[in-house]
Ligand binder design. Structure first.
Ligand SMILES: Cc1cc2nc3c(=O)[nH]c(=O)nc-3n(C[C@H](O)[C@H](O)[C@H](O)COP(=O)(O)O)c2cc1C
Length: 365
């Protein structure tokens, strides 16, 4: 689905509730309690990396050329075998997303479908992977942590395939995160928002215990490679933040890479994904699909990520704000505003499609 409004430029005439993403964020801030706001926005440690993820995008400046003849660029592209109206996926954020809106990933998926982008669904979602898959056609990637029994992990991959997912996003979760805002708030997920994929009516309650029990041994690359080799769905590996791990991931059988520091929610004082991206792209060559997230807040950030080598971005907190502001409508409007600003950026950079975004559009690269 490559839907694109014939003319995207209704900036000053729209009757929509939100004219900019600032309006969406302000509404979300008003609606969320302090505790839930902190859950969404927090990072780890001193939040050095949280700030750096945003600031990194400000360091890449565009070179806007004159007289390129481009008037109405297309924002559409195909990534991971999926036609997208612009190069973006809903990021797999879970473990309490229904504090933002009770419909959680159901609303995210419906909004993603109406705008024409993809959705990554987390294993820790408050709705089961089947419910989310049935809610829209956007749900194409299922994120799961490789932990515990290999057979149980493979069984869950088969379950995701049966539900219609086309990719597995593999994550690694070595140990608890040091999130001081949540510690000070004594944040706990309410039971009714717990991950639905591990309920008593599923076969996997043991997996949740292992996911959260950090005394359990974590997996090695050999184990990951063994399961990827048997997986009925292609796997991408999330959290690739070095050339070494890009190579490890490809050696283990990954068919795509997901450059991310999880929005600075795992460990502080790591580099930013946007700075690591060109190194990873140079190391793996042009043909491996790369998804990037962490710090995408506006349409021009998407252009920067693509210019530095990503095929698409994933959208985390920016969509959680839309969800908190106005549920499915808030997410849909957020996506429209991101797409339109991306369209504007393409036009100013003289690019008639996302494929024309290369390092040449960035000053000094
Ligand atoms: C509230 C919240 C919950 C998250 N839960 C998960 C999760 O269950 N699995 C996962 O792979 N990533 C999770 N993430 C990370 C996101 O998928 C994504 O990598 C991150 O939000 C990107 O950074 P950004 O929000 O600053 O753009 C979560 C992020 C947030 C904000």
């Amino acid at each position: 689905m490559t839907r694109q409004p014939s003319h995207m430029d209704d900036r000053y005439t729209t009757s929509e509730k939100y004219v900019t993403l600032r309006g969406v964020a302000a509404d979300a801030r008003r609606r969320l309690s302090e505790v839930d706001w902190n859950y969404l926005q927090c990072g780890t440690g001193d939040e050095v990396t949280l700030r750096a993820n945003i600031a990194a995008f400000d360091r890449y400046l565009f070179e806007a050329p004159l007289f390129t003849g481009v008037s109405n660029p297309t924002t559409a592209t195909a990534v991971l075998g999926q036609e997208l109206s612009f190069p973006a996926f809903v990021a797999p954020f879970g473990g309490g997303e229904t504090v933002f809106h009770p419909d959680g990933h159901l609303a995210l998926g419906r909004a993603a479908q109406s705008v024409g982008i993809g959705q990554m669904v987390p294993v820790a979602a408050a709705h089961s992977l089947e419910e989310v898959a049935q809610a829209s056609t956007a749900a194409s990637v299922f994120q799961m942590t490789f932990v515990g029994d290999e057979g149980a992990v493979l069984a869950m991959i088969h379950r995701a395939k049966a539900a219609g997912y086309r990719w597995i996003c593999v994550t690694y979760s070595p140990i608890r995160q040091w999130r001081e805002r949540m510690m000070e708030d004594r944040f706990t997920n309410r039971r009714d928002q717990g991950p639905a994929n591990f309920g008593p009516d599923t076969s996997d309650p043991a997996m949740l215990r292992e996911l959260l029990d950090f005394t359990q041994p974590r997996w090695t690359w050999e184990q990951a490679a063994r399961v990827i080799a048997q997986s009925p769905l292609p796997c991408m590996i999330k959290g690739v933040m070095s050339v070494r791990d890009a190579k490890n991931a490809l050696d283990a059988g990954a068919k795509a890479l997901y450059v991310s520091n999880y929005g600075a929610r795992t460990i502080d004082r790591t580099p930013t994904p946007v700075d690591m991206l060109p190194l990873v792209r140079d190391a793996v060559g042009p043909d491996i699909p790369i998804i990037l997230d962490s710090g995408i807040r506006r349409g021009s950030d998407i252009a920067t990520a693509l210019a530095l080598g990503a095929n698409a971005v994933a959208l985390g907190r920016v969509l959680a704000l839309g969800l908190a502001a106005d549920g499915e409508n808030g997410v849909r409007r957020t996506l429209e505003l991101l797409q339109r600003e991306f369209w504007t950026t393409l036009g100013h950079l003289g690019c008639s499609s996302p494929a024309e975004l290369t390092r040449d559009v960035l000053v000094g690269l």
